[in-house]
Design a binder for this molecule. Structure first.
Ligand code: PEP
Ligand code: MG
Length: 568
């Protein structure tokens, strides 16, 4: 077969070559057969045995979770365990076996399709998204019944030369295959649970590959280029040689980068630049520190709230923030208040209003009650977090960051709630830093255009280029079909960034970029040239940006910025 290329979205991790292992999508391929009345008991038994086997599998995975597994992984296993014994699914399938003469696979798959339809009909986007979990658990049971081929790694198998190809893998599946050399996945959004786990595995990964599981066969030779976002099937010898060279270069490069750790972050001509880390979970602060982060520029606190049955209370939040503060040992920690909504949903607690989507389905969730809009609509919930952040500020240098500001009145409303939170703490006799800086994310074009107003009313600004790009270009950042149009270097986006940096500098307020662009060494010169002196990024990018800085003079950076703004 000739070489061909599939294009997806990059999740990073370099390049690797290996033999494909396609994780089957059994739901599509369940065999259908009418059974004789004498076979009913056998088929019922096959269903029970398969469910029992999957139950044991899930327990084994849960026990075997690596200590550094994301908290989402355990929570997802829990959800899958509950779905496995869901009465609609199991009893419905049993009824089909008994009364409709269906074989076990057919009965179970048909019942699952009905359940999927029910989930898809929900108005609530959070519940609709759970279709993914239903499909994953159903696939596991069907595979257990069919026993058709490898899904979990075979005992003694050399996994590190395999490339995992899958449609919608469960985070648990990815952890089972964590030693594979690369991942090529159909799932679209880079913010999905599986994408978060995959990114943490730091292997070459491409997502958003349409139909990848049907186009690739087991044992096909494939190249996954996580940096370019492509999957090459049946690579020719020339490409293989290139991959080999790039792999070796990648390894040498990592070693060279480590040697930059002791050097201060500064341009070639000695202008100091602050490089900080973005983290989702407190434990990740250790990686940020190990890669030389001078602080945490963005703690995405909503990750403490996702995939849980119950929201963390004030004490638990204080402990989570305290862990980061302890790790960072005196370096600043910027805690962003919860940014839920759009593709991030809170757990359901019974109170409908706690769900950012509310009871009505939002047509455009990214434009809906997201982030600070949600928090201001839920002041009691928000004040719990504000009190927790204030209490954390007594333990070290903490800065509070408000996401998705659109209207200056949102700053005022937040400050009012902060005042109430301070009063409560004072009444309780609990300590906090009365001078804790309050900053805002500039990630909506309105805020960037009026950046001077926001700068005057805030202690610092942080530019969220991920959302700023999405909202400026009207391109859904998690939709793989328009991913090719998503471009933070678009001159309109660059102009908004430049304008925000200039406004902050005029108002003498610190300004950072904390979107993915901050970690892209190709954007470093342009940002420095615009006057940016503070970057916050995923810790894996810290040293490569440091290297770009060390090779850069401010004059060269200014020229790069001028050219980029003119789109030359
Ligand atoms: C951004 O939008 O650039 C940002 C940093 O926030 P998030 O990616 O969490 O939306
Ligand atoms: Mg954002």
């Amino acid at each position: 077969m000739a070489m061909f290329v599939l294009h997806g979205k990059t999740l990073g991790g370099g390049v690797a070559v290996g033999r494909a292992r396609v994780l089957s999508t059994a739901l599509r391929d369940a065999p259908q057969r009418r059974i004789a009345p004498g076979e009913v008991a056998t088929e019922l038994n096959r269903l029970d045995v398969a469910i029992g086997r999957v139950q044991a599998e899930l327990q084994a995975i849960a026990q075997d979770l690596p200590v550094d597994a994301p908290v989402e992984a355990a929570a997802m296993l829990d959800v899958h365990g509950q779905m496995l014994v869901d009465a609609t699914l199991v009893e419905g399938a049993r009824t089909r076996i008994r009364h409709q003469a269906c074989n076990a696979e057919w009965a179970y798959a048909a019942q699952a399709e009905e359940l999927v339809e029910q989930f898809l009909a929900f108005e609530d986007p959070y519940l609709r998204e759970r279709v993914v979990d239903v499909r994953q658990i159903v696939n596991r049971v069907l595979r257990a019944m069919l026993d058709n081929g490898p899904h979990d790694p075979r005992a003694g198998e050399a996994i590190d030369s395999l490339v995992v190809i899958a449609t919608e893998p469960a985070p648990a599946d990815l952890l089972l295959w964590r030693n594979a050399c690369a991942f090529a996945l159909e799932l679209g959004g880079t913010a999905s649970h599986a994408a978060i786990v995959a990114r943490g595995l730091a292997k070459p990964t491409v997502v958003g590959l349409t139909d990848v599981a049907s186009l690739i066969r087991d044992d096909d030779l494939v190249v996954v280029d996580g940096d370019a976002g492509v999957l090459v099937v049946n690579p020719d010898p020339e490409l293989l040689e290139q991959v080999e060279r790039r792999g070796a270069e990648h390894r040498r490069h990592r070693v060279r980068l480590q040697s930059l750790l002791p050097l201060p972050a500064a341009t070639f001509d000695g202008v100091p630049i602050s490089l900080q880390g973005n983290i989702e979970l407190p434990a990740e602060a250790i990686d940020a520190l190990a890669q030389g982060a001078g602080g945490i520029g963005l703690l995405r606190s909503e990750f403490l709230f996702l995939n849980r049955k119950q929201l963390p209370d004030e004490d638990e939040q204080v402990e989570a923030y305290a862990e980061v503060i302890r790790t960072m040992a005196g370096r600043p920690v910027t805690i962003r208040t919860i940014d839920v909504g759009a593709d991030k949903a809170l757990p359901r607690t019974g109170a409908e209003s706690v769900h950012p989507g509310g009871s009505h389905f939002a047509e455009n969730p990214a434009l809906g009650r997201r982030a600070i809009r949600f928090c201001l609509a839920e002041p009691e919930l928000f004040k719990v977090q504000l009190r927790a952040i204030l209490r954390a500020s007594a333990l070290g240098p903490v800065r509070l960051l408000i996401p998705m500001l659109t209207h200056p009145s949102e700053i005022l409303a937040t400050r009012r709630l902060l005042m109430q939170a301070r009063e409560t703490l004072s009444e309780r006799g609990q300590r906090f830093d009365p001078a804790m800086p309050v900053g805002g994310m500039i990630e909506v074009p309105a805020a960037a255009i009026a950046a001077d107003v926001f700068a005057r009313n805030l202690d610092f600004l942080s530019i969220g280029t991920n959302d700023l790009t999405q909202y400026t270009l009207a391109i859904d950042r998690s939709d793989p079909r328009v991913a090719a149009l998503y471009d933070p270097m678009h001159p309109a986006v660059l102009r908004l960034i430049a304008r925000t940096i200039a406004a902050a500098r005029r108002a003498r307020r610190p300004v950072a970029v904390c979107g993915e662009m901050a970690g892209d060494p190709l954007a470093t010169a342009v940002l420095v040239g615009m006057g940016l002196r503070e970057f916050s990024m995923n810790s894996t990018a810290l040293l490569q940006v440091k290297q770009a800085l060390l090779d850069l003079t401010v004059d060269a950076a200014r020229q790069a910025a001028r050219q980029a703004l003119r789109f030359d």
